[in-house]
Write a new protein. Structure first.
Length: 139
């Protein structure tokens, strides 16, 4: 319920602040099932709000883990389902060499590469680190 309230509030604020918001390609986003949105954000606050209010589906966002160090902010972020993104994961991924990025296996009985898993890891860090270690020998 908090997510819907904040989403509605953000939508009103964005439309009040910006005279025009033009969205291109939103019709390409499926209404359900997996979807990865990578926003190149010059503004770390406005861009997630635009993504979250543009799509009709619930959006799971990531945020720098250090934001969770602030108690009040951490409560709000967790309440709306924001996932902490830690640099340790990025450091591990930086050590991979090209053949390791191309390594393939199966996840959820579907083919997937280490590269694809890297994009998913923010939402399920521990689970996907175990997959990289157990199935691909990487980590």
């Amino acid at each position: 319920m908090l997510y819907q309230l904040l989403r509605a509030t953000a939508a009103i604020a964005l439309r009040w602040y910006y005279a025009e918001i033009v969205v291109q390609g939103a019709d390409h986003a499926p209404r359900n099932g997996p979807l990865l949105i990578v926003a190149n954000h010059p503004n770390a606050l406005i861009d997630p709000l635009l993504v979250g209010t543009t799509l009709s589906r619930r959006v799971l966002l990531t945020a720098k883990a250090t934001l969770f160090d602030h108690a009040a902010l951490a409560v709000l972020l967790r309440a709306v389902g924001v996932v902490a993104l830690r640099r340790a994961n990025l450091q591990m991924l930086r050590r991979l060499e090209e053949p390791q990025w191309q390594a393939g296996g199966r996840g959820d009985d579907k083919p997937i590469t280490v590269r694809a898993l890297a994009y998913v890891m923010a939402g399920h860090v521990r689970h996907h680190l175990a997959i990289l270690r157990d199935r691909y020998g990487v980590a």
